[in-house]
Design a protein around this ligand. Structure first.
Ligand code: UD1
Ligand code: CA
Length: 453
């Protein structure tokens, strides 16, 4: 039997944030979600999250994950105090307790499996994960015997100068025999620099404590402050980009681009500098993204080109060229072979196949047919100050430059709209619509008078 407890009750004072620390994000996912994801690869009987500081926010953020148990630790008197809260809950439990830290998010499942295997094989009372850190500041130091058993862990703040020279650090990840730990937990003392009950103090009270050292130190980086958060983000981004490069994606300047874990790419995608993909993005084959592009929750078909543009929660079919400087706002769908151009904003609209919206337009709450040509500066006036209204434009219709289409309005198929028109009435199929005042010419006017009539 394996029970997992995740420590997530602390304030995270060093983050200086209004968010609880474990709700900070890396590559679009919270720290606590990342730690929980590690459990998915393990055969676990129960998952218990220990919460306290801003616990409501943490519970709410995890309410999409089934089968989680929450235990309250309030006030938060240290990591040992947190585990004391398990005593009533695991009264009849007799198995292994895996303790994970909510602020150690880059851990890999194989590392945990190795930890649990070592623990079982050695019949230890506790097995902990260790790492030799170049810069061990802030980490508890692990002291071992000649036989490589763990004698004690001393927290950074409680170490003497000599003890600080030991670079073998505690990762904050442990596999305990619960039957042993439950006897020791009530005996913890708070005689230390922080006046807290340290889980690390249980180690020296165990008869057999062993450790496994991680190969990749980065896996056990703990996040206590923003600097450490940014280091982990950079590591994670590098992992993600390397993965996708192996899968056939080219980055011209990898370190200037960021992607989220829920993005997928086809083959021969080229990602130019300063391009960022957030949320869930699905990119087809041979797309060209960037430079200077931001995509969030976007689906792109094959051979889509997006240059210097922002696309949010929208779907673009194959062979579309977007940009430079396009903003596709949520719930827009662009069909294949469209050209959405320079300085164009589209919101909650459907654009049919081979339609062009090439220059300086706003298209909102609209349905456009296929092979429509939207002239430069055409605007749908969709808002009357209270409500939003729909615009519908049929196949093959052309609007002249600087047209204003006052919604609700329907332009039929094969309609032509004269440049500079303001249209407020529906236009039937095949018609020409002109809605502007007639041009006035006064010949020889400038030689007769200097003032405007
Ligand atoms: C802890 C370890 C240290 C180790 C380091 C690894 C202790 C005493 N020290 O130090 O040896 O090198 O992690 O990253 O355990 N938490 C609670 N309740 C509390 C206090 C903390 O649930 O009362 C949670 C925090 O939310 C956090 C985790 O425990 O997720 C670790 O706490 P933190 O204060 O960050 O411990 P460190 O100082 O990093
Ligand atoms: Ca920490």
């Amino acid at each position: 039997m394996l029970v997992v407890a995740i420590l997530a009750a602390g304030k995270g004072t060093r983050m200086k944030s209004s968010l609880p620390k474990v709700l900070q994000q890396l590559a679009g996912r919270t720290l606590i979600e990342r730690v929980l994801a590690v459990c998915n690869g393990l055969n676990v009987n129960r998952r218990i999250v220990i919460v306290g500081h801003q616990e409501d926010k943490i519970r709410e953020s995890l309410n999409h994950i089934e089968g989680l148990e929450f235990i309250q630790q309030s006030p938060q008197n240290g990591t040992g105090h947190a585990l004391q809260k398990l005593l009533p809950v695991l009264k009849d439990f007799d198995g292994q307790l895996l303790v994970l830290s909510g602020d150690v998010p880059l851990l890999k499942v194989d590392t945990i499996k190795k930890l649990v295997n070592t623990h079982t094989k050695k019949s230890a009372d506790v097995t902990l994960l260790t790492a030799t850190q170049k810069n061990p500041k802030g980490y508890g130091r692990v002291f071992t015997t000649k036989e490589n058993q763990v004698r004690s862990i001393i927290e950074d703040r409680d170490c003497t100068k000599e003890q600080l020279d030991n670079h073998l650090t505690n990762a904050g990840i442990y596999c305990f025999e619960w039957s042993k730990l439950k006897e020791i937990l009530p005996n913890l003392s708070n005689k230390n620099n922080q006046g807290e009950l340290y889980l690390t103090d249980t180690i020296k009270m165990m008869s057999l404590a062993v450790h496994t050292e991680v190969e990749d130190v980065n896996e056990v980086l703990g996040i206590n402050n923003r600097k450490q958060l940014s280091i982990c983000e950079a590591l994670l981004q590098e992992r993600l980009r390397n993965y996708w490069m192996n899968e056939g994606v080219t980055f011209t300047d990898p370190s200037s681009c960021t992607i989220s874990e829920s993005c997928t790419f086809g083959k021969d995608v080229l990602i130019e500098p300063q391009t960022h993909l957030r949320g869930k993005c699905k990119v087809g084959n041979s797309c060209l993204l960037g430079p200077g592009t931001l995509l969030k929750d976007v689906e792109l078909g094959d051979r889509v080109k997006v240059l210097n543009s922002v696309i949010d929660n929208s779907k673009v079919d194959h062979d579309v060229f977007i940009g430079p400087f396009t903003h596709l706002r949520p719930q827009s769908t662009i069909s294949s072979h469209c050209r959405i151009g320079n300085f164009v904003e589209i919101k909650k609209s459907h654009i049919g196949e081979r339609t062009k919206v090439n220059h300086l337009s706003y298209i909102g709450d609209s349905q456009l047919g296929s092979k429509v040509n939207i002239g430069a500066g055409t605007i749908t006036a969709n808002y009357d100050g209270r409500n939003k209204h729909q615009t519908r434009i049929g196949d093959n219709t052309k609007t002249g430059a600087n047209s204003v289409l006052v919604a609700p309005i329907v332009l039929g198929k094969d309609v032509t709209v004269g440049a500079g028109s303001t249209l407020t009435k529906n236009v039937p199929n095949g018609s020409l619509a002109i809605g502007r005042s007639k041009q006035l010419i006064k010949e020889g006017w400038s030689s007769k008078t200097a003032s405007f009539p």
